[in-house]
Design a protein around this ligand. Structure first.
Ligand SMILES: [Zn+2]
Length: 342
């Protein structure tokens, strides 16, 4: 088969088309595509690149060039929507630090209100502009991807994560209202990302993963919100449950996403046959072998994941700030080799 462009390869892999080989990408996961080494290589640093569209686009583009990963990705943190809605965010002046929500002012459903000009608030214009710049630069050769926090995790940022989890038992009506509100917010933000130029969006649920929220709360609050979200997203959509969903395969399938970005805990051999047309992205440990292992160890894990049948070879939870560049390159090399083995 003729060598495909990365965009063709990645979109075909996501939509069940034929591919010349498995792509190596960084579409799923919570973490983004940028590590400290990449910032140092191009002299563009966090926190500025979290706020400045041009710097964000340049950094994402450099990440793609330096790693060889086959997509352009922005942004990099969880605080964008909460900040746009009025949560106070802290930016630490360190290239390994991501912005974090420091004050959670939403304490009851009556506190929630959607600003008319939500897409103009906080860093949202910078993110959308960065995606447009990346789309322009990609020249349809590379796919552009982006990330949005899922409804349950966003609700947990608006109030406090521990409060939201407690409310699932003590104030379920509050949880319903918070998650319903957050779902509308995510739909608006994510669809704006597609319009700006993103080909595929990952919805990350660190707090809403079935093993973190708990099985009952997942089925009662998280899953219905994800179904509504999936029904309303206008482009290719990936769900990243940032946890162990080995025991919740049918629930995860029923959310209706095109692909599942999978952490290293997941038994791919067991879950893959159940997924049917849903694609698997992953699942090389971001906080484990990719950050602390050697390139050879990364290659061993990556070859294993290819053999088990991942459709896109990826860091399980995105690129970690302290991940060595040589380890990301090792992952990319394994995907490139896979062509020769066919
Ligand atoms: Zn994750």
């Amino acid at each position: 088969m003729v060598e495909m462009t990365p965009r063709r390869r990645v979109l075909a892999a996501l939509m069940g088309g034929k591919v010349d080989r498995v792509p190596a990408t960084c579409i799923g996961g919570c973490g983004g595509s940028v590590c400290v080494e990449i910032q140092e290589a191009v002299g563009i640093y966090w926190p500025e690149a979290h706020r400045d569209a041009e710097k964000m686009a340049k950094l994402s583009s450099a990440a793609q060039k330096l790693t060889g990963l086959e997509n352009l990705r922005a942004p990099y943190d969880f605080a964008i929507m909460p900040e746009a809605l009025g949560c106070k965010t802290e930016y630490r002046d360190k290239p390994e630090a991501k912005p974090g929500v420091r004050e959670h002012p939403f304490k009851k459903p009556e506190d929630l209100s959607m600003p008319d000009d939500f897409l103009e608030k906080g860093r949202i214009p910078a993110v959308l502009e960065a995606l447009s710049l990346l789309k322009e630069e990609s020249d349809d050769f590379l796919p552009v991807s982006s990330f949005a926090l899922g409804p349950f995790s966003l609700a947990g940022q608006l109030t406090k994560p521990e409060d939201l989890i407690m409310w699932t038992v003590t104030k379920p009506d509050y949880v319903e209202e918070f998650v319903k509100f957050s779902t509308e917010v995510v739909i608006e933000y994510a669809n704006a990302q597609y319009r700006a130029g993103s080909d595929v969006i990952t919805i990350g649920e660190p707090l809403g993963a079935p093993d973190i929220a708990g099985p009952d709360a997942f089925r009662k609050f998280v899953k219905p919100a994800l179904i509504k979200l999936a029904n309303n997203l206008q482009g290719i959509k990936i769900f990243h449950p940032c946890g162990d969903w080995n025991r919740f395969v049918s629930d995860v399938i029923e959310t209706g996403f095109d692909g599942i970005s999978t952490r290293e805990e997941i038994d791919i051999m067991r879950v893959k046959p159940q997924l049917g047309d849903i694609r698997i992205l992953g699942n090389i440990s971001s906080k484990g072998v990719l950050t602390f292992g050697s390139p050879e160890e990364v290659k061993t894990e990556a070859r294993k994941a290819l053999k088990l049948g991942v459709d896109l070879l990826e860091p399980a939870c995105g690129v970690e700030p302290l991940m060595p560049l040589k380890n990301i390159k090792a992952l990319v090399e394994v995907a490139r080799e896979s062509k020769k083995e066919e």
